[in-house]
Design a binder for this molecule. Structure first.
Ligand code: NAD
Length: 503
């Protein structure tokens, strides 16, 4: 038996319960069908078969979940921090205990390769452990003395919050949002992406098994236009943590305006990786390939625009072509697979449409540029060369294993091109000239920049973008700033003079 067939057998074991019972919502601790009785189907992108049916939550289900989150809020907020911390740690342990099930289901639901998803499941547990450690200090504040007052600040949880997540690495992203929300003392209504509902359900179950009180974490499946929209409009929901496309971020900001929602938006990117000729080119090559072709290229922080200095471009691109053609595309549960299928038919069509757009723009398809096989949403890893920064393939987020390479001559030219995009999530700079690295990163318009490195996430650092890539930051104390309100209390130190009117 090959490792793939062993994995497929295990997957079938994990999927049995979903195939039999479908996926229900979880509201106030109870598994429920959608109040309308409606369901939708989630498909596997690997063979286009139905995995299971999913409750299609709508306005009424979100209303019930928001009410449950509102009712559960005071007790969760007031639970002693150490108690809350213990529950979060038990959730982390629950994730670790079911890491294989989570990884396998995630791969089958999203098409992501197992080699990346097994780590993503464990990173989800790390998120809970990290924020569990902060629970006891989350409310700490300052003492800012003035001549007349002792001014004390503290932080209090904002209230019930909505979490709306996308389909790329959905498990990890859900934990990244929900762990700090719970650590802050907020209650949650989670609306996962319609394309990838499996692991959101497993995660919510783990949380309840870990002793999370009913109503603290509610899960409503459904589509953006009804369930998602209602969540952003619901008056009991005080903030929305959103991860998704920039255009959706803009839409939900409008939807949340009437109820003055606080919004945290993590949106799209068209991130540059800039390779100067003095860099360690072997390491740069590894990083360039990793940052666009891992996670199926369905990654907001992917380095989808390569800006390479003209003095080394030919040799660098030749090596790139060789490596890209060698990337193993295949079944997500095959441990040797490096790229799996695209998430869904419409996304598959979108990614492939850029093969034509590249030709029309006058770029060269140096590798890939076609689908692979007749079933499943597989594309060959693709490299466009002879491109310029004005082309659509250089400006639009393709969100697949597709890299656009552009050459530059001077540092100024590289900087101008790097910044010439609506997005500003990440940037990657490869040079051994320290002064240039400092100068370049100082002017690069991005929320996160790595020099001589791929993206290595460190949880205490701020994660987020500028321009159309988002508003707000996750990570470390920044997460608490979003889920909590600052509160100031002034205590009179004595009998200071109070202005007397009408005396
Ligand atoms: P999407 O915007 O289509 O959907 C994201 C979520 O929003 C889904 O749950 C969807 O149902 C919901 N939604 C859609 N319309 C809505 C509405 N009107 N009101 C409320 N909710 C609504 O994004 P996607 O295609 O699922 O994900 C891919 C995108 O996510 C890419 O642009 C990617 O760059 C971005 N992303 C960003 C980050 C980051 O940290 N910056 C991380 C991962 C993904």
């Amino acid at each position: 038996m090959t490792e793939l067939s062993t994995n497929v057998t295990k997957l079938n074991g994990y999927l049995d319960r979903f195939r039999q019972g479908g996926i229900q919502n979880l509201i106030a601790g109870k598994s429920l069908p959608a109040l309308s009785g409606e369901v939708f189907e989630t498909l596997s992108p690997t063979d286009e078969t139905v995995i299971c049916s999913v409750a299609r939550g709508g306005v009424a289900d979100i209303d019930a979940a928001a009410q449950a989150a509102k009712e559960a809020f005071p007790a969760w907020r007031d639970m002693p921090a150490l108690e809350r911390k213990k529950i979060l740690i038990r959730i982390a342990e629950g994730i670790e205990a079911r890491a294989e099930e989570i990884a396998f289901c995630e791969c089958w639901d999203t098409g992501q390769a197992l080699r990346f998803m097994s780590k993503a499941a464990l990173r989800g547990a790390e998120n809970f452990r990290y924020f569990a450690d902060q629970v006891t200090s989350a409310r700490d504040g300052k003492n800012l003395q003035s001549p007349t007052l002792m001014n004390v600040t503290t932080r209090v949880p904002i209230g019930p919050v909505g979490v709306i997540t996308p389909w790329n690495t959905p498990f990890m992203l859900s934990t990244w949002k929900i762990a700090p929300a719970l650590a802050s003392g907020c209650t949650v209504v989670h609306k996962p992406a319609e394309f990838s509902p499996l692991t959101a359900r497993i995660l919510a179950e783990i949380a309840h098994e870990a002793g999370l009180p009913p109503g603290v974490w509610n899960l409503v499946n459904g589509f953006g236009e009804d369930a998602g929209k209602r969540l952003t409009e619901h008056p009991a929901i005080k903030a929305i943590a959103f991860v998704g496309e920039s255009s959706t971020g803009s839409r939900i900001t409008k939807q949340g305006a009437d109820t003055l929602k606080r919004m945290h938006l993590e949106l799209g990117g068209k991130n540059p990786v800039v390779v100067f000729d003095d860099a360690d080119l072997d390491r740069a090559l590894d990083a360039v390939i990793f940052m666009i072709y891992s996670i199926n290229g369905e990654r907001c922080t992917s380095s989808s625009r390569l800006l390479v200095q003209d003095t080394i471009a030919e040799e660098f691109q030749a090596k790139l072509v060789e490596r890209v053609n060698n990337i193993r595309v295949g079944h997500p549960l095959d441990p040797t697979t490096e790229i799996g299928p695209m998430i869904a038919q419409e996304h598959f069509d979108k990614v492939r449409s850029y093969f034509e757009i590249a030709k029309q723009d006058g770029a060269t398809i140096a590798a890939g540029g076609e689908r692979l096989g007749d079933s499943g949403y597989f594309v060959r890893p693709t490299l466009f060369t002879n491109a310029n920064n004005k082309m659509r393939i250089a400006q639009e987020e393709i969100f697949g294993p597709v890299l656009t390479a552009i050459t530059f001559n001077t540092e100024e030219e590289a900087l101008e091109m790097a910044n010439d995009t609506q997005y500003g999530l990440t940037g990657y700079v490869w040079t051994n000239d320290l002064t240039r690295a400092l100068r370049f990163t100082n002017h690069l318009e991005a929320g996160m920049i790595w020099v001589n490195s791929e993206n290595v996430r460190h949880l205490p650092t701020p994660f987020g973008g500028v321009k159309a890539s988002g508003i707000g930051r996750d990570g470390g104390d920044w997460s608490f700033d979003f889920y909590m309100e600052q509160k100031h209390i002034g205590f009179a130190l004595g009998q200071h003079k109070i202005p007397r009117l009408g005396a």
